[in-house]
Design a protein around this ligand. Structure first.
Ligand SMILES: [Zn+2]
Ligand SMILES: [Zn+2]
Length: 271
């Protein structure tokens, strides 16, 4: 099945421009230097009735709902969400959950709340922060119609399998995802040996790379390039980028097949 992968945001946790900063990247006129918080969208059309062109239902999966989710959804004209996959529980990846509300009412009218796939540690944080949504006593009438779903190794969503790919984020073991011939690994500081087996034969690998200077819980560009070489995807796209990296100048220095992604960029993917 053919689908599309869109970068909803490619910025690190503070976003770029970073508040209070007047560096060259934060004040750049290049729109690719403006980065909302990291998230991607995967969309495809389910095979419909062959006799009626375009009759297949559009399916939409979002990986993480950060604090910019609403703006990102408007910009990418997201009018439905069939599932959300969470990578981990840090603020820049979860704080837009509440903005799923209007789309969740729509899903609920169609028959079911939106499933939110998350690991147990992430579920615990989501239940705490969004207690008015998830508490069994919650009575808030316009709470999101969403359902926490423990993420498994293989998670089928309307004909597409989302495979969990464990990665390390500092001391935390968090979730990356593979879908068809693409994989999305953000907030990576290390890749466990067993995860490389899940990353073979990729057309598109998305990998986080914060900056050149080392950081305890994020890979540098150089570390990401090392993994990119080993994994050998046709294309590797870097995301979760800090204001130290100017889009154009950085891309000119990267090897063939590797580039910084930018907000709104869309790639065809085989699912
Ligand atoms: Zn992050
Ligand atoms: Zn800056």
């Amino acid at each position: 099945m053919e689908g599309l992968l869109t970068f909803l945001g490619t910025g690190t946790s503070m976003g770029v421009p970073t508040l209070g900063c007047d560096c060259a990247v934060c004040t750049s006129a290049d729109t690719r230097d403006r980065r909302l918080r990291t998230s991607v969208l995967v969309r495809w059309n389910e095979p419909g009735n062959g006799a009626v062109p375009g009759s297949g239902q559009e399916r939409v999966v979002v990986i993480d709902t950060g604090p910019d989710f609403r703006e990102q959804a408007l910009r990418s004209r997201i009018s439905r969400v069939d599932a959300v996959f969470y990578t981990h529980s840090h603020a820049d990846h979860i704080l837009g959950l509440d903005d799923l509300r209007p789309l969740s009412f729509k899903a609920f009218r169609e028959g079911a709340p939106i499933p939110l796939y998350a690991a147990p540690e992430t579920v615990t944080v989501l239940e705490h922060i969004f207690a008015y949504t998830f508490s069994p006593q919650a009575t808030y009438p316009t709470r999101a119609r969403v359902r926490l779903q423990p993420v498994a190794e293989r998670n089928p969503v309307h004909g597409v399998d989302f495979l969990r790919v464990p990665v390390m984020h500092g001391e935390m073991r968090i979730a990356g995802y593979r879908f068809g011939r693409a994989a999305y690994l953000t907030d990576v500081s290390d890749i466990p040996e067993e995860s490389f087996a899940l990353l073979k034969d990729l057309d598109h690998l998305v990998l986080s790379a914060l900056r050149h200077k080392p950081h305890p819980s994020h890979a540098t560009v150089e570390q990401a390039l090392g993994w990119a070489r080993r994994i050998g995807a046709k294309n590797t796209w870097l995301t979760h980028i800090a204001h130290e990296l100017a889009h154009d100048a950085t891309n000119r220095a990267l090897p063939a097949g590797v580039a910084l992604a930018y907000d709104g960029q869309t790639l065809p993917v085989t699912l």
